[in-house]
Design a protein around this ligand. Structure first.
Ligand SMILES: Nc1ncnc2c1ncn2[C@@H]1O[C@H](COP(=O)(O)OP(=O)(O)OP(=O)(O)O)[C@@H](O)[C@H]1O
Ligand SMILES: [Mg+2]
Length: 267
């Protein structure tokens, strides 16, 4: 079906918005460039409703990571705007921007755990935006309430029994689940994940994506993830959006898409 390559108008209404009035994330007519180089993409627009799970796909270099970084305020738009929870990203005093970012959890392809510290200490690090210092570095020094939150986050990803193990004694899949717990402990409204399963074997990758989808379903956390695994996009997202040729070329409910129809994005 030709749906995969149909251009979409911007902004596009979410497929199943939990709150039709205020999108959790609204990207409007966005163009992003690095320095004086030509834009990576232009005219990108879409909206993500509360509790939606959205997969962002596209070929290497299409701009998926750039788009996520823009949503985090790390890359300024050339034109257009991004609203997170109704507030414009990149505007306001540093405290306001920090608070906005505090509502967004980020999980990268590489988990970046501190290898010599325990799993629990690594999860406690997810609260560093709230307060810094040794009491947020080592679980043994952390306030009881913080330690309990970290345990709860580990429980959600099914690793509470490994809380005191050193992080460098985990498998890749377990490490990535700890990274999810580290993001979750801050109780984000929105989770962004950039190829969270890319460095994992098929079974571990499937497990990690399953954890993401379950967490999102159970807690109502909105989830946007990038992936090159089209089956992950179709099975773990409600909706799939795709970048190609510097434009948003796909925005459709996952249930309406077939695997074959997505290959056109990679031409
Ligand atoms: N910091 C940067 N400075 C200049 N150019 C950059 C920078 N980061 C990315 N780019 C360029 O922007 C384009 C989009 O890169 P991006 O990493 O967003 O793509 P991607 O879709 O995430 O690719 P992949 O699937 O390989 O992760 C690429 O051409 C890349 O070289
Ligand atoms: Mg990328």
């Amino acid at each position: 079906m030709s749906l995969a390559l149909a251009p979409v108008a911007a902004p596009v209404a979410p497929a199943r918005p939990a709150s039709p009035r205020v999108a959790e994330l609204l990207v409007h007519d966005l163009a992003v460039a690095y320095g004086a180089a030509p834009p990576i993409f232009t005219g990108v627009g879409f909206a993500v409703g509360r509790s939606e799970r959205v997969a962002l796909i596209g070929a290497n270099g299409a701009g998926k990571s750039t788009l996520l970084r823009s949503c985090l305020g790390f890359v300024a738009p050339l034109s257009g705007e991004i609203l997170l929870f109704g507030r414009r990203v990149g505007e306001g005093k540093p405290g306001v921007r920090r608070a906005l970012r505090g509502d967004v959890g980020f999980v990268a392809q590489k988990h970046n755990l501190v290898p010599r510290l325990s799993v629990l200490s690594n999860v406690v690090h997810g609260t560093l935006a709230e307060a810094s210092g040794p009491r947020r570095w080592l679980q043994g020094l952390a306030p009881k309430a913080v330690r309990e939150r970290a345990f709860a986050a580990l429980d959600v990803v099914g690793l509470a029994d490994l809380a005191l193990r050193r992080a460098d004694a985990l498998s890749g899949g377990q490490s990535q689940r700890v990274a999810i717990a580290r993001a979750l402990v801050a109780e984000p409204r929105l989770m962004l994940a950039d190829e969270p399963a890319a460095s994992l074997d098929p079974a571990a990758g499937e497990e990690v994506m399953g954890v993401f989808a379950k967490v999102s379903r159970d807690t109502g956390t909105t989830l946007i993830f990038t992936t090159h695994h089209l089956d992950h996009a179709l099975r773990h997202a409600d909706r799939v959006i795709g970048l190609a040729g510097g434009r948003l070329r796909l925005d459709a409910p996952a249930a309406t898409l077939a695997l074959d129809s997505l290959h056109g994005l990679y031409g």
